[in-house]
Design a protein around this ligand. Structure first.
Ligand code: FE2
Length: 323
């Protein structure tokens, strides 16, 4: 199989991995032949990348880093929290189901066959909020594992990351989904979400104060200039420094109302370039060890003009051919 940007998928290609939406409903099953209509529909749903079958790359197998079941239960948990907020219940968080969703993610990561190369699974489909919260949690936990965190510390980190943008629930949707640049006033509104989220989480005794700091500090920057407090370096809680990397990487590889998704290697390069600027260099060092520049199945163009697909993090020259 091969991972292909939807813009380059040809009519008649065969889908190699079932596509599900955030509620777990199947949009298109593995084996479906992609008609022009299907491709257009998937594109309109915000799907950027597809796994397609390719005889030349038959032995590239994809093992998701977290199971569909784990992902769906995490989506369900976030949806439940957001629904109760929107219904006016602004204080209670269902800590038990949040804890269990994070535990499942940690267990899947611990037993995952090859996290580094299979991380393409986090690139995603629709309903940005759910998907982004889960993806950022997966990435942050991978970084926490790289730091050697205990299970209890991973749980504390993950519970905070899963809820890191909960403060956005109170912001006007027109601002969050605005296709163009935000006005100064609109951006001032957006900048409130870390403090709003912190207030929600810290009021819940099932969350630690460290988990609440994930929401408060995920937009701070290593050299200062972030928000809400403009902290610098190690003034920022380590959970905040980890989440900043995970949050930005996933945001860059996702399609947003105001821009197209970047390729994983472009997002990787951005994170790398911001070590010691936007991000803690130590966290970036772990990121570069634990996340593949070119995830499994990604098409690459070689210096001789030919194209190949990544297999287990390597380009196998025997597979090279014009695509
Ligand atoms: Fe945020």
């Amino acid at each position: 199989m091969r991972l292909v940007n939807i813009k380059y998928v040809e009519e008649g290609s065969v889908l190699a991995r079932t596509i599900r939406n955030a509620t777990g409903n199947t949009l298109l099953v593995e084996g479906a032949v992609l008609s022009r209509g299907y491709i257009a529909k998937l594109e309109s749903l915000g799907i950027d990348m597809l796994f397609i079958k390719d005889e030349r790359f038959k032995d590239i197998e994809f093992n998701p880093v977290i199971s569909d079941k784990t992902r769906e239960s995490a989506y369900k948990t976030i949806r439940g929290v957001i629904n109760s907020f929107e219904a006016g219940d602004s204080v209670s968080l269902d800590a038990e189901s949040i804890k269990s969703a994070v535990s499942n993610i940690i267990n899947d990561l611990l037993y995952s066959y090859d996290v580094v190369n299979n991380l393409a699974d986090i690139m995603g489909y629709d309903e940005y909020t759910f998907q982004h919260s889960v993806n950022t949690t997966v990435l942050a936990l991978i970084l926490g594992l790289g730091k050697g965190y205990t299970h209890a510390k991973l749980l504390e980190l993950g519970m905070g990351v899963l809820m890191h943008d909960i403060g956005k629930v109170n912001l006007p949707k027109e601002i969050l989904n605005k296709p163009g640049n935000l006005s100064t006033e609109e951006f001032a509104e957006v900048k409130k979400h870390p403090s709003l989220g912190f207030d929600v989480i810290r009021k819940n005794q099932d969350f630690s104060i460290n988990s609440a700091h994930v929401a408060l500090q995920h937009h701070e920057r290593w050299t200062g200039g972030g928000y809400p407090r403009g902290l610098k370096g190690k003034e920022i809680h380590e959970f905040g420094r980890i989440t900043a990397v995970a949050d930005v990487y996933d945001a860059l590889i996702s399609k947003r109302p105001y821009r197209q998704a970047q390729e994983p290697y472009q997002a990787y390069e951005y994170i790398h370039s911001q070590a010691g600027h936007h991000f803690d260099p130590d966290i970036v060092r772990i990121f570069t060890k634990r996340v593949a520049v070119y995830p499994l199945g990604t098409g690459v163009r070689l210096s001789n003009g030919w194209r190949a697909a990544m297999s287990s993090g390597k380009i196998k020259t025997s597979r090279i051919g014009p695509l």
